[in-house]
Design a protein around this ligand. Structure first.
Ligand SMILES: Nc1ncnc2c1ncn2[C@@H]1O[C@H](COP(=O)(O)OP(=O)(O)OP(=O)(O)O)[C@@H](O)[C@H]1O
Ligand SMILES: CC(=O)N[C@H]1[C@@H]2OC[C@@H](O2)[C@@H](O)[C@@H]1O[C@H](C)C(=O)O
Length: 395
């Protein structure tokens, strides 16, 4: 249907990522060139626009069915579009470019609900997912074609609608000789498995469970709102994970469920973190031990997924960490201890900045959408066929 081609042989795009940790919107100015598996993406500038605390709180309420309402969902959808457009304009200015030089914007949107499997027996519900940040608003404010809303097309052909990043990982980060496990640790943890010399049929991936979501909640509650997260993992480093609580937390059925699978705040949000806090209090754990246990939960769930769901299927030589969790030194130390046979690297060490990675990959998803190249991986999401993920708004 679309006959778009980059006007100069390459395209300049702004990729936007606003993830499940609800900490802000990331904007990557990216130069894209080539097609299919030969596409290259070069990061030119990375900009983060943090969400202020009242906005974070409003978004947390929006993600909670007990506190959310349709008026707020409707209004915030357009309002977030304005905020995302501001992030685009700021990123392009900081990059020393003008908007005339930019070809398109590609936005993930703010997930407020993700329901690949609606509750059994509930009437009128279909597999679905909802990302806010109106594409028409972004297109109008930036004056650029704007691609987004990637997930529904995968759900519509029977997929989970997540994770989508493995597609970009395959294009940009496959290695001819080394088996790679790419582990993003954002609000949720998600992994991509790239066997050595991977082609699309070999790649798989899934959400491993909580990334920083539970740690953040525990830190915020124990600090009575003074801290947003455990900077560098320093608080966790002062404590010792409690093996009884950890064993109990790991009983959650999600962890050993076979892929394809995806999750979010619906399973590992406030209710889950509050039950962790309650059990920690019953066991008389110190704040430091409680935070160390929440951190160990993320490390163990990632390491167990690697050992029991990935390694039996594929040789892995290195694990490459990205997302905000890559800054948590305690988490990385625990992970390295749990997987001593693997090299643990950060995404930056293989050439794609850890913090910018997802925004770059969403620019790539938008680029392939515009080129008409199916940009889902059925083996990852469980979709019945390749599909063209994305919707387009024109200015
Ligand atoms: N310096 C740091 N030390 C420790 N943790 C950090 C640091 N910086 C960021 N983080 C953690 O990373 C989180 C943000 O990660 P990121 O931006 O990758 O998530 P996201 O993109 O919103 O989530 P997702 O990828 O699940 O959609 C913060 O909430 C915090 O917990
Ligand atoms: C529905 C949704 O927004 N899912 C996110 C979330 O954050 C991490 C993990 O859960 C992953 O499934 C996904 O994001 C990344 C970008 C993805 O689709 O690959």
């Amino acid at each position: 249907m679309l006959s778009w081609r980059p006007r100069r042989g390459y395209a300049l795009a702004v990729g936007l990522m606003s993830g499940t940790s609800l900490d802000g919107v990331d904007a990557a100015v990216v130069r894209l060139e080539g097609e299919g598996l030969d596409t290259t993406a070069q990061l030119m500038h990375f900009h983060t626009r943090p969400y202020e605390e009242p906005l974070q709180e409003a978004l947390r309420r929006l993600c909670d069915p007990a506190q959310s309402d349709v008026q707020t969902i409707c209004g915030m959808n357009a309002w977030l579009g304005e905020r995302f457009a501001d992030a685009v304009l700021e990123a392009v200015r900081e990059a020393g470019l003008t908007m005339d030089e930019i070809d398109f914007v590609s936005s993930h949107g703010q997930t407020i609900w993700h329901m690949p499997e609606p509750p059994a027996g509930a009437p009128y519900l279909a597999p679905s997912t909802l990302q806010l940040g109106d594409l028409a608003v972004i297109a109008a404010r930036t004056g650029k074609p704007t691609v987004g809303d990637f997930r529904p097309a995968d759900l519509a052909v029977g997929g989970q609608g997540a994770p989508l990043v493995p597609y970009g990982d395959l294009v940009l980060l496959r290695h001819p000789e080394r088996g790679r496990l790419l582990q993003n640790i954002g609000g949720i943890g998600n992994c991509t498995v790239l066997p050595a010399g991977a082609d699309p049929d070999d790649v798989f991936g899934f959400d491993t469970g909580p990334g920083n979501m539970v740690i953040d909640h525990v830190v915020q509650r124990l600090s009575e709102g003074k801290l947003r997260f455990d900077e560098g993992g320093e608080l966790a480093a002062r404590g010792t994970p409690d093996s009884r609580l950890l064993a109990e937390l790991l009983l959650h059925p999600y962890f050993l469920q076979p892929p394809p699978k995806s999750t979010g705040r619906e399973l590992f949000g406030a209710a889950y973190a509050e039950s962790l806090l309650k059990h920690a209090a019953e066991l008389g754990l110190s704040d430091a031990d409680t935070i160390a246990t929440a951190t160990a939960l993320t490390a163990r769930s990632i390491a167990d997924a690697c050992r029991y769901l990935v390694m039996p299927r594929c040789r892995i030589d290195e694990i490459i960490v990205s997302g905000g969790g890559a800054h948590n030194r305690t988490l990385l130390r625990q992970l390295a201890e749990l997987l001593p046979e693997l090299r643990v690297l950060s995404s930056g060490e293989i050439g794609l900045d850890s913090d910018a990675k997802e925004a770059v990959l969403f620019a790539l998803l938008g680029y392939h959408f515009l080129l008409g190249i199916p940009n889902n991986l059925p083996k990852v999401t469980g979709a019945s066929r390749p599909a063209l993920l994305g919707k387009l708004a024109l200015p």
